[in-house]
Design a protein around this ligand. Structure first.
Ligand SMILES: O=C(O)C(=O)Cc1ccccc1
Length: 369
C-alpha cells in the first residue's frame, strides 16, 4: 500500500476492486517545483508530474495552490482530500504561517473569531473527533538542497513565463562564462533575489557573503520565486534544482544552504482524524494559559511530565486576539486516542484553556510498547 498510515482507518475512501480507482486530490503549496511539491510526490508516491495510479489502485491527483492558506482552504472545503504543508526546517525553524493557519482552522473561521474553550472536546468528550477544522494525519521529511536559480535564456517576445523542459546540469552553464574562478563570479548582474522566507533564512550567510547588496524579496514559495526569476535577467531565485524542469531557469549555484543536514518536515492534513494504531505515535496540539497567573505555563507543561509524555517541540505564536497573549504549540509522544494522552489532555484542560489537539502521526523514533 502506498501510504499505509492514511489508509489504515475506515474514514478513508479506499478502492475495493482494481477497476474502482479512487481519486484523491492532494493540495500542496505550489507551483510545481516547490519543496512541498516534492514532499507531496514523495509521500503519495507520484512518479510523474500530473496523475498516476499507485499500486493500491488509488489515483492521486496533485493540485498546486498559491499559498499555505489555499492548501488549508482546499482541505476545509473538500476541494482536496489531503493537503501537504511545510511545518518546520532543521535550520530555519517553524513555519509560522502553518501554525497560525491551524488556529484559524480549528477556532471557527475568521482570524478575529475567538477560540472556544472546550473545542478539544475531541480529547475528552463522548465524540472524540468532534471539532472544527483540519487534522494532522502524517508527517514527511525531505532533505533540502538550495540552489541559486537564474534566467536560462531571454523569453521570446510576448512570452512571460515559458516552460522549458530539462536541466542543463551545468551550474555555470548557459549564457555565462564557464570559467568561474571565485564563488561570486558571474553573479554581478543580480539585483534581486526571490524566495520563500524559509529559503532566504536557510541561505542567509551565503547571501551575505556572495550577494551582499541584492534586494531580498519574499514570495509565497521557492517555485514562485523561480517563475519570477525566469522573467528577469537581473533577478535570481533560491529554490530547488527541480525548478529547471518547469521554468526558464538554470542552476547558477548548487548547495548554498548554510547548514548541513538541511531537512524540512511537512504535515499531511485531512478533514478527519486518524485512528490509533499499534505503532508508536506523536501528537501535535496547542493551548493557551492565563498569562496573568504566575506559574500557569509551568503547570501546563508539567502535565506532560506527570503522564510521562515526552515533549519534542514547543513553539509560541501571538494569538492576535489580545496584545501579549500567546498560543503554545507542543508535540508530545503518544496518539491522541491513547488513554494516557486523553487523560493528560483532561488534566491540561484544568490548568490551560483552548486546548486543541491537531492530530497524531507515526513516530519514526518511537519504541514499540
Ligand atoms: O517554497 C517552497 O518550496 C516550500 O515548499 C516551502 C519551503 C521553503 C523552503 C524550504 C522548505 C520548504
Amino acid at each position: 500500500m502506498a501510504y499505509p498510515y492514511l489508509m489504515s482507518d475506515s474514514t478513508e475512501p479506499t478502492a475495493t476492486t482494481a477497476a474502482a480507482a479512487v481519486t484523491n486530490k492532494v493540495a500542496y503549496l505550489g507551483p510545481p517545483g516547490s519543496f512541498t511539491y516534492q514532499a507531496a510526490r514523495g509521500y503519495f508516491k507520484v512518479p510523474t508530474a500530473t496523475t498516476t495510479t499507485t499500486p493500491a489502485q488509488s489515483e492521486v491527483q496533485l493540485a498546486a495552490q498559491a499559498s499555505i492558506e489555499d492548501v488549508f482552504q482546499a482541505v476545509e472545503d473538500g476541494t482536496a482530500t489531503y493537503g501537504v504543508v511545510p511545518f518546520e526546517n532543521s535550520s530555519a525553524g517553524t513555519v509560522n504561517q502553518t501554525l497560525d493557519r491551524f488556529v484559524r482552522s480549528t477556532s471557527g473561521g475568521g482570524g478575529d473569531d475567538k477560540p472556544r474553550s472546550g473545542i478539544v472536546a475531541d480529547a475528552t468528550s463522548a465524540n472524540p473527533h468532534h471539532r472544527k477544522g483540519v487534522w494532522v494525519r502524517d508527517q514527511y521529511f525531505l532533505p533540502i538542497v538550495q540552489c541559486l536559480l537564474v534566467q536560462r535564456s531571454p523569453p521570446l517576445s510576448g512570452e512571460t513565463s515559458p516552460l522549458v523542459g530539462g536541466s542543463d546540469g551545468d551550474i555555470n552553464g548557459g549564457d555565462e562564462t564557464t570559467t568561474t574562478t571565485t564563488p561570486s563570479a558571474g553573479l554581478g548582474n543580480i539585483r534581486t533575489v526571490y524566495s520563500h522566507p524559509m529559503g532566504l533564512l536557510q541561505c542567509d550567510r551565503w547571501l551575505k557573503t556572495h550577494l551582499p547588496h541584492v534586494e531580498r524579496v519574499t514570495v509565497t514559495s521557492t517555485s514562485r520565486a523561480a517563475e519570477l526569476a525566469a522573467q528577469d535577467p537581473h533577478a535570481a531565485a533560491i529554490g530547488s534544482a527541480a525548478c529547471v524542469e518547469f521554468y526558464n531557469v538554470r542552476v547558477a549555484r548548487n548547495g548554498i544552504e548554510d547548514c548541513g543536514g538541511n531537512t524540512t518536515r511537512f504535515f499531511v492534513i485531512h478533514r478527519k482524524p486518524g485512528l490509533s494504531t499499534t505503532a508508536p505515535g506523536r501528537s501535535y496540539l496547542y493551548f493557551t494559559v492565563d498569562h496573568r497567573r504566575p506559574g500557569a505555563l509551568s503547570e501546563a507543561l508539567a502535565v506532560f511530565g506527570q503522564f510521562e509524555l515526552n515533549l519534542s517541540k514547543i513553539d509560541t505564536r501571538p494569538s492576535q486576539l489580545l496584545p501579549w497573549h500567546f498560543y503554545f504549540f507542543a508535540e508530545c509522544t503518544g496518539h491522541h486516542q491513547d488513554e494516557v494522552v486523553q487523560n493528560a489532555m483532561r488534566q491540561l484542560e484544568l490548568v490551560a484553556t483552548d486546548v486543541v489537539v491537531l492530530g497524531s502521526y507515526p513516530d519514526p523514533l518511537g519504541e514499540t510498547a
